[in-house]
Design a protein around this ligand. Structure first.
Ligand SMILES: Nc1nc2c(ncn2[C@@H]2O[C@H](COP(=O)(O)OP(=O)(O)OP(=O)(O)O)[C@@H](O)[C@H]2O)c(=O)[nH]1
Ligand SMILES: [Mg+2]
Length: 449
């Protein structure tokens, strides 16, 4: 990738605002070295050595004393000449250092601009750059550990293996385009069909791991749905151990979405209580129902609640038909303390009572099992929704290629599907990418990273 010789020199504080023992200011770009020399009044900065110095502003007034470090490009985080100044971590001092650097020709860095330059200069792939942000944002030691695995290439390496196999297949296919059709026919199954099948298997397993990584990063989203009065809000309150939602015996109590966050054996789960679904509702409730339906479409799992005393009704059948078929759904019958049904799973229906607590452990286990998350965490890493989507897209192209192969379609058509699959995979690491995507990713970073 191109080395950005003509880029601006950017500067930002790398340590957070506020008071601290040490404050780090980082500068990257072609003028870094010159600016540091000018402020420190010396030209003896040795690459990757700490030099004690006094920084002065453009008038020659001392600002701070500290260590200067010079990392010449391309062997720096950004790939460009980079200067780090480790001074005293006070907001006034740090600001004075920044202003002096800006007065000498640097400009304030945008959020994530250091990482963006690192990516553009080929120092980091996109998944690793994202993992840096995830590592910084980690809320638990487990998330931090998994983010570090992604940073160290757990996802990028797996994608590289797939891309390697795909490239071999593409090269073979492109070569066969020159041969007469009969010759290709003889080989198509073993030479293309078999490796394609292997590739799909590997892709499936990476897809599953990446989906787990996404759940570990974003949490598993469970939406509680069902008719009014089924006991949805009661279940939410029980799972979270708080009285987040109002519970009454009046149908139509809940209108707004109520979101809570819980951990099931360390797995982050978002639980969302929604308005009960029914045909004839007043204006406010109707809005609540629309919100509920929107939320259901985004969920990883729907818990469809039924009051076991009333049992399954025709309304339930009608509502179920309106819910998105693409989201997995589990039927949960509640209030068995009144109906007298035994707790547990019978014919794919979970029976429970929030009042007695019977069946609640089974529910937690069921949510965990449905998330697909396994114990141990070997081979796990943190991932994002866009990674999963790219893998799924690649899978669709490879499946299309497989169908074409089975029907002995023209190799040109096959080659095109493989090219598109390659492109989808390349978006994960940033081999193929758009300005929009880069903007979206890097602007969510903190300044100075
Ligand atoms: N006996 C018994 N009553 C329950 C149970 N779960 C909920 N209830 C009662 O059922 C009624 C309705 O409960 P909610 O949790 O408000 O029901 P909902 O599905 O949120 O209702 P809407 O918000 O109106 O859609 C309340 O009176 C609850 O106390 C249960 O497991 N056993
Ligand atoms: Mg409710």
């Amino acid at each position: 990738m191109a080395y950005l010789h003509d880029a601006d020199t950017i500067v930002a504080s790398a340590t957070p605002q506020g008071r601290g023992g040490v404050g780090v200011v980082r500068m990257s770009g072609p003028l870094s070295r010159v600016i540091a020399d000018r402020l420190a009044g010396q030209t003896t900065l040795r690459p990757r050595h700490a030099t004690l110095c006094v920084l002065r502003d453009t008038e020659g007034e001392p600002i701070d004393q500290g260590l200067l470090l010079f990392f010449p490009g391309p062997h720096s985080f950004t790939g460009e000449d980079t200067i780090e100044f480790q001074g005293h971590g006070g907001p006034v001092v740090m600001d004075a250092v920044l202003q002096a650097m800006i007065a000498c020709g640097a400009r304030s860095a945008d959020p994530g601009e250091f990482s963006r330059r690192a990516f553009l200069n080929g120092k980091l792939d996109l998944s690793a750059a994202e993992a840096i942000a995830d590592l910084i944002d980690s809320q638990s030691s487990r998330a931090a550990k998994l983010a570090l695995r992604t940073l160290q290439g757990a996802l990028a390496d797996a994608v590289a293996v797939l891309v390697g196999a795909l490239t071999r297949l593409r090269v073979f296919l492109e070569a066969t385009l020159d041969f007469p059709d009969e010759e290709l026919d003889v080989d198509q199954n073993t030479q293309i069909g078999d490796p394609l099948g292997d590739l799909l298997l590997s892709l499936d397993s990476l897809c599953a791991n990446t989906e787990q990584g996404r759940i570990l990063r974003e949490g598993f989203t469970v939406v509680i749905s069902g008719r009014p009065n089924a006991g949805k809000s009661t279940l939410l309150n029980s799972l979270t151990g708080k009285n987040s939602a109002i519970v009454t015996d009046i149908p139509g109590t809940t209108r707004d979405l109520i979101r809570e966050h819980i951990l099931i054996d360390g797995m982050p789960v978002h639980i969302i209580d929604t308005a009960g679904l029914r045909e004839h509702a007043d204006t406010v409730e109707q809005i609540g129902i629309e919100r509920a339906l929107q939320e259901v479409a985004q969920a990883d799992l729907i818990l469809y609640l039924v009051d076991d005393v009333a049992g399954w009704t025709e309304d339930d059948t009608r509502i179920l038909a309106r819910l998105p078929a693409s989201v997995p759904l589990v039927k949960v019958h509640t209030k068995i303390d009144v109906s007298g049904a035994p707790p547990g799973v019978i014919d794919d229906v979970l029976y429970l009572s929030v009042v007695h607590g019977a069946g609640m452990d089974e529910l937690r286990q069921l949510i965990k099992a449905r998330s697909g998350l396994q114990h141990g965490g070997e081979g796990l890493f943190l991932a994002r929704r866009r990674h999963v989507e790219a893998l799924q897209e690649a899978r669709r192209y490879l499946q299309a290629a497989q169908v074409l192969c089975e029907h002995r379609a023209a190799p040109e058509l096959l080659a095109e599907e493989l090219r598109l699959a390659h492109q989808a995979l390349g978006r994960i690491t940033g081999e193929f990418t758009s300005e929009d995507l880069l903007g979206e990713i890097f602007t969510s970073f903190c300044i100075g990273k």
